[in-house]
Write a protein that binds this ligand. Structure first.
Ligand code: NAD
Ligand code: UDP
Length: 331
């Protein structure tokens, strides 16, 4: 799929710019058109300056340290709202702040969009489906979410944010997009955020035990970051995509055990496998139905799992060689 070309000068706000997805989005937007400027904001809660180190000298990129739970007064034309810790380890570390980030952050960014007349996209999640009783998950499935469990700060925060986006759309005629992102992986994932892909790769590269939670029969569908960013930009620029949420992810569903075996094969690691307790409310299955994204803006993922994993392994290998002490210290 081709990237959209912006017709005229505009300033695009990216919240969560120093995070995994935010940093890729900023880079891709800057490369896609020389007439746009990016204002990236982040409170550096789960993102790092390292992810945007290459952008600081870019003449059309500006970084501001800001927390989206506080109002922001800037002049922009378009907003991608990505600010929110995404890994269970990070979002469960301070659950009240996670909920505030989703809800107050959405209110503040929607208020900014209303004042400036900006189009605004929300990075929502497959977690709005909870532990789904149907597979694959279509956008019209309302989900199976525990409102009081350890994942609820994230799941319910994202559900409330979706509600706000659709209420602002109906009540204030805002031009909104809601993107339900399924598990995504690639370079710039935080090495210590505990997500399964980064955990397994780092463990394999260090010949440490691979930590499978439960028996590894739970499934996920992993999308490479480049595909995800194409879907995000495609959704933002699809004129007819605003009235409903849209799934973006890779429908190739595998078990966590299969993922471990593939990572072991690609790294040639001597790691053994440790089976640990399954965390509470861990969804048993997850697979997106992406027919809506296909129909609306002809998007589908192109990167095979082994290709994407090899690129990610290469990234973490270099990171480990450059910063072994940083990774050790955080364990
Ligand atoms: P990430 O943790 O790497 O990035 C999130 C960024 O938001 C970080 O840089 C963090 O410092 C920043 N942030 C957190 N709270 C903030 C606040 N209050 N104010 C300002 N900045 C704040 O996560 P990611 O994987 O890049 O996810 C980006 C978005 O996509 C999130 O909204 C997440 O919920 C959503 N998402 C991601 C995935 C995935 O697999 N990566 C899946 C579903 C949804
Ligand atoms: N997981 C695992 N070992 C790890 C980290 C995660 O087995 O070291 C499992 C986790 O229990 C879940 C799946 O991998 O079933 C995906 O976890 P992740 O935190 O990446 O994302 P989630 O989809 O659960 O939000």
């Amino acid at each position: 799929m081709k990237d959209f070309s912006y017709p005229s000068d505009r300033t695009i706000l990216v919240t969560g710019a120093a995070g995994f997805l935010g940093s890729h989005l900023c880079k891709r937007l800057l490369a896609s058109n020389e007439n746009i400027e990016i204002l990236g904001i982040d409170n550096l809660y789960s993102g790092t300056r390292f992810n945007i180190a290459g952008l600081h000298s870019h003449p059309r990129f500006e970084f501001m340290r800001h927390d989206v739970t506080s109002p922001l007064f800037v002049e922009v034309d378009e907003i991608y709202n990505l600010a929110c810790p995404a890994s269970p380890v990070h979002y469960q570390h301070d659950p009240v702040q996670t909920l505030k980030t989703s809800v107050h952050g959405a209110i503040n960014m929607l208020g900014l969009a209303k004042r400036t007349g900006s189009k605004i996209l929300q990075a929502s999640t497959s977690e709005v489906y909870g532990d789904p009783k149907v597979s694959p998950q279509r956008e019209d499935y309302w989900g199976n979410v525990n409102p009081i469990g350890i994942r609820s700060c994230y799941d319910e925060g994202k559900r409330a944010a979706e509600t706000l986006f659709f209420d602002y759309r109906r009540q204030h005629a805002l031009d909104t997009r809601v993107m339900r992102i399924f598990n995504t992986y690639g370079p710039h994932m935080h090495p210590n955020d505990g997500r399964v892909v980064s955990n397994f790769i780092i463990q394999a590269l260090k010949d440490d035990p691979i930590t499978i939670y439960g028996d590894g029969s739970q499934t996920r569908s992993f999308c490479y970051v480049d595909d995800l960013i194409s879907g995000m930009i495609g959704l933002m620029n699809c004129a007819h995509a605003g009235s409903e949420p849209v799934n973006i992810g890779n429908p190739n569903e595998i078990t966590v055990r299969q993922l471990a075996d593939i990572v072991l094969e690609l790294t040639g690691s001597r790691s053994k496998i440790d089976f640990l307790e399954l965390p509470g409310d861990d969804p048993l299955q997850r697979r997106p139905d992406i027919s809506k994204a296909k129909d609306l803006f002809n998007w589908e993922p192109a990167v095979e799992l082994k290709t994407g994993l090899s690129k990610t392994i290469n990234y973490f290998d270099k990171l480990l060689q450059a910063k072994p002490l940083v990774l050790e210290a955080a364990e």
